[in-house]
Design a protein around this ligand. Structure first.
Ligand code: COA
Length: 207
């Protein structure tokens, strides 16, 4: 299989009411606060972070994500477009591990939920990942994500951001306590964008 892991040029992206920018070391206090949320630790950080002592979690999560742009991983801080507050994160990882594909992931701080932040950020990151290289994008064709069936908010986020449901993966996700969960596989293709034009897009307000 062709291995096309690459350095990704860090970008700033815009979505309605949001600015997505590369994560920085100065995000550590806001990330530390967000990672106190059990749902983020359960579904969105990986077990190494979830098992780390609380005082080290943010650094453990941040470091590889700041450095990741050099090896095919693009993690953004999702910030409030008005005041720059960190609201969450969206990541595009495993870029070109399979040709022209990547996997996306996201979380929103508990205090910032309920206003469609994740769907808007995911839509913006996806459009960038699909955009042509000459337009500053990654020229990818397929983005996928998975979420446990018992996480319906993530299912709504995926669907609202144009990631169609492709099926159920039995016992796919194993949480930090070793419990297994059936998960949905969702994906969005670059070629879906044309079909989506004119259909309902992620909510443009709310930030
Ligand atoms: C999933 C998550 C990112 C969504 O945050 P958000 O962008 O603030 O999402 P919102 O609260 O605006 O809700 C998004 C949608 O889910 C729905 N929703 C929220 N909580 C829900 C619940 N408990 N059950 C069913 N639907 C729910 C909302 O009604 C909304 O639906 P709509 O798009 O039809 O209006 C956030 O809950 C989170 O960070 N969870 C922990 C980490 C995580 O699960 N990440 C994803 C890993 S796959």
């Amino acid at each position: 299989m062709t291995q096309r892991t690459q350095t990704i040029v860090p970008r700033v992206l815009h979505a309605p009411g949001l600015v997505l920018r590369p994560l920085e070391e100065t995000d550590e206090p806001a990330v530390a606060e967000a990672l106190r949320d059990a749902e983020i630790l359960r579904w969105a950080t990986g077990s190494a972070v979830a098992r780390a002592p609380e005082a080290e979690r943010a650094r453990t999560w941040l470091r590889p994500r700041i450095a990741g742009w050099a090896n095919g991983t693009a993690f953004f801080a999702v910030t409030d477009g008005a005041d720059g507050t960190l609201l969450g994160s969206v990541g595009v990882r495993e870029v070109n591990r399979l040709p022209d594909q990547a996997v996306v992931t996201y979380w929103v701080a508990a205090r910032a939920r309920g206003r469609g932040v994740a769907a808007r950020a995911l839509d913006a990151a996806s459009r960038w990942a699909f955009a042509a290289r000459e337009d500053g994008g990654l020229a990818l064709h397929r983005l996928s994500l998975d979420h446990a069936l018992v996480n319906p908010a993530s299912c709504r986020v995926a669907t609202r951001a144009g990631f169609r449901l492709e099926g159920t993966m039995r016992d796919f996700y194993v949480d930090t306590a070793g419990r297994r969960y059936d998960s949905h596989l969702h994906a969005r293709l670059a070629t879906d964008l044309g079909e989506e034009a004119g259909t309902r897009r992620p909510a443009a307000s709310g930030a």
